[in-house]
Design a protein around this ligand. Structure first.
Ligand code: NAP
Length: 313
């Protein structure tokens, strides 16, 4: 076990974390970034990105994150591919324990731990995860070539997943609890004009049908929320795309969190309830969960952290 002190530590390696690192490194702060369980974050699980400025030819989520990482490293960030398992923000310096049992202490901390996919929490869900039930079409879609699949949700993620799966699967059902999608209009148009995709409106999944040891998922039991009627839809794969929950378990009881678990920050600023601790990206963002807004948040957090660190001198 080793203990290392650094003035500025960044937790998380999505666009918020890497952008914070890029700015802090350019400001000669020699930041250390702990990448977490999924280096590159959620974007490594998306396909092509068309709306991150500067990439007119599109760029894959993984490549974008690889480039951000390289940029952060080139400018002088030290990246540690480990996960923080414990933090103590009650005294200074702040203490962060890593999964290797090594300890980092720091004077300022930027939290950019992002968010994770939400699940429906149905009885059979845990059991069938990896056996027909998934939350990532780009990770698992390959297994459903020429098969029938369903996507649950009505936001941008659900529509993206359905469009991605339509290139592989024979039929794609999008199951939404209302009769109107939340996704952007351009995405809706692409979805509704794709002959392979069939929306199932006003419907919720009541349960997954199938057994892990007997071929996994075979179908979904659906309920029409308007008529109360139930039906079975035969599918080989189900992709849950109902939004994200913030990765803030580590900070419970140490930082102010809102009811949904997001870190509370000062309006329009990255400051949290503990002086010297800043938050950026999806971990504190209820509305604009975009790569570009997360990157902007990382920039703001790094600039404020720099100001805070100079005030300690
Ligand atoms: P979202 O916008 O919150 O949409 C979640 C969807 O799941 C909604 O349609 C919601 O239904 C449904 N839902 C939530 N809980 C449910 C439950 N328990 N049972 C059934 N359905 C449920 O989440 P998202 O699509 O993951 O997007 C998150 C953010 O990332 C958004 O800001 C989005 O714009 C952004 N995003 C952007 C892009 C892009 O620009 N290319 C791609 C992906 C995501 P209701 O509509 O009825 O609430």
């Amino acid at each position: 076990m080793t203990t290392t002190h650094t003035p500025l530590l960044i937790l998380g390696s999505g666009p918020a974390g890497y952008t914070a690192a890029i700015y802090a490194a350019r400001a000669m702060q020699k930041p250390v970034l702990i990448s977490g369980m999924q280096p590159g974050g959620q974007l490594t699980q998306t396909g092509d990105i068309e709306n991150f400025p500067g990439f007119p030819e599109k760029i894959s989520g993984s490549e974008l994150m690889d480039r951000m990482r390289e940029q952060a490293e080139n400018l002088g960030t030290t990246i540690i591919d480990e996960t923080a398992v414990n933090v103590d923000l009650s005294k200074r310096p702040f203490t962060i324990v890593l999964d290797s049992d090594n300890i980092c202490t720091c004077d300022a901390l930027i939290i950019a731990t992002g968010a994770s996919a939400k699940w429906l929490n149905l009885p059979n869900e845990e059991n069938l995860r990896g056996f027909g039930v998934s939350a990532c079409a780009t990770c698992d879609g390959f297994f459903y070539r020429n098969k029938r699949v369903a996507v649950i949700g009505g936001g941008n993620t659900a529509v993206e997943e359905a469009l991605y799966l339509a290139n592989l699967a024979s039929e794609v059902y999008i199951i939404h609890r209302r009769d109107e999608l939340r996704a952007e209009k351009v995405m809706q148009e692409r979805l509704l004009s794709n002959p392979k995709i069939k929306p199932v409106w006003n419907s919720v999944v009541e349960d997954y049908i199938g057994e892990k040891d007997k071929g996994g998922l075979t179908g979904l039991r659906l309920k029409n929320v308007q008529t109360g009627e139930t039906s079975e839809l035969s599918v080989d794969g189900a992709f849950v795309a109902i939004g994200y929950a913030p990765n803030t378990d580590l900070f419970k009881g140490q930082l102010e969190l809102d009811k949904a678990g997001f870190i509370v920050t000062q309006s329009g600023r990255p400051q949290t309830s503990v002086e010297g601790v800043f938050a950026a990206g999806d971990v504190q963002e209820l509305y604009f969960r975009q790569a570009v807004t997360a990157a902007a948040g990382g920039c703001r957090a790094a600039l404020e952290a720099e100001k805070y660190l100079s005030s300690l001198k």
